[in-house]
Design a protein around this ligand. Structure first.
Ligand code: ADP
Length: 355
């Protein structure tokens, strides 16, 4: 009976998701408080009934932010993925999709996307679900895996050999081309055909090893780049679909905190500035889409150029906004909640002309 109830719930989530054609869905996840940390005067509370995050302050004041789904600090990776899974199904049904994790450093973006060996995150689970659903479908699919990062405003392929010594030459940066239909192509991005989950997982682990990670004052394992996984799926035995290729981007964005607050300097400062610039370009694109402006400034950053055709009418976009439970992070928490609220009100597919 429980399994049946779960299946019915999952089907409902899937139907809700497919109905929302052209919308950006926004989920919000609150990181649990860690040993030695204190809430302060703030308490972010989840109201599941209204899918809201309520910021409660000591003086009885509160502020309410509602989303499509909210996850409290105790939510498991399984619970998060059960609400994410419909996006994977939509890719096999012929949509492009994009799932991105947004938030300040240390709020759990990598935990949600990559997870840990014991509690795998959205990326490994998505790959597994993709292969499982492809196998269960009546169609044959070709699946390819690519992985890149945007570091200091440059695109780096994470599946090509990276230098081990300072004297080794760096692999060339990738460039982006727009095809005549407005689609995006990344020149020379390695795309490896994968035939099962384990093969794809091995590539993912390899790519993770080549990421530009460094320690900052905000978080010792924070990443100062955007990590982007692209999986392309071509259905080659459905003549009505004409060998169409769909893709899903799984993106772990760099930390959204304002760089001056991190007390970073030198290279870390440059990295922070590059992240801030590209996230602000993402915010500008979101604003332009929300206001139905004729000009959507996709070209202002590599991040928005790459994601351009994942923010369109036939795409499913899911933003996973992450926030900290601590009062000392309140300013960044409010910025993230405002950013996520703006994204939620977008209705795409209004026939805008754009750059
Ligand atoms: P970010 O990628 O946003 O910088 P991380 O994913 O590295 O943040 O998370 C920071 C720390 O908090 C990590 O040690 C991570 O394991 C832990 N953490 C984050 N979210 C959760 C969660 N929902 N449950 C348990 N631990 C979490």
């Amino acid at each position: 009976a429980n399994i049946n109830r779960l299946n019915i719930q999952r089907r409902q989530v899937l139907n809700d998701f497919l109905d929302l054609k052209g919308n950006i869905r926004v989920f919000c996840r609150i990181r649990p408080i860690r040993i030695g940390e204190h809430f302060g005067r703030l308490r972010p509370v989840v109201d599941s009934e209204s899918s809201s995050v309520i910021l409660k302050f000591d003086d009885n004041k509160s502020k309410n932010y509602s989303f499509d789904k909210v996850f409290h600090p105790g939510s498991s990776q399984d619970q998060v993925f059960s609400d994410v899974e419909p996006v994977i199904k939509s890719v096999l049904d012929g949509y492009n999709a994009c799932i991105f994790a947004y938030g300040q450093t240390g709020t759990g973006k990598t935990f949600t996307m990559e997870g840990t060996p014991d509690t795998p995150g959205v990326v490994p689970r998505s790959i597994e679900a993709l292969f499982k659903q492809a196998e269960e479908s009546n169609h044959a699919f070709l699946i390819s895996f690519s992985m890149l990062e945007i570091y200091l405003g440059n695109l780096k392929d994470l599946l090509v050999t990276h230098p081990t010594k300072a004297t080794d030459p760096l692999p060339p940066c990738l460039s982006i081309k727009t095809d005549p239909k407005g689609g995006i192509e990344i020149d020379n991005l390695v795309a490896i055909q994968v035939s099962d989950f384990n093969q794809a997982l091995r590539l993912y682990r390899l790519g993770c090893r080549f990421r530009s990670t460094a320690s900052t004052n905000s978080n010792t394992t924070s990443s100062r780049s955007h990590c982007m996984i692209r999986i392309t799926i071509t259905c080659f035995d459905a003549p009505e679909r004409g060998r169409e290729t769909n893709k899903i981007w799984l993106v772990d964005l760099g930390g959204s905190e304002r760089v001056l607050k991190t007390k970073a300097w030198g290279r870390r400062l440059d990295e922070g500035k590059a992240i801030n610039l590209s996230l602000s370009a993402l915010g500008d694109v979101i604003n332009a889409l929300q206001r139905k402006k004729c000009h959507v400034p996709y070209r202002n950053s590599k991040l928005t150029q790459v994601l351009k055709d994942s923010l369109g009418e036939d795409s499913k976009t899911l933003m996973l906004a992450h926030i900290s439970p601590k009062e000392e992070d309140l300013c960044e928490t409010i910025c993230s909640l405002n950013f996520a609220t703006r994204a939620k009100s977008i209705h795409l597919g209004h026939g805008d002309s754009s750059e």
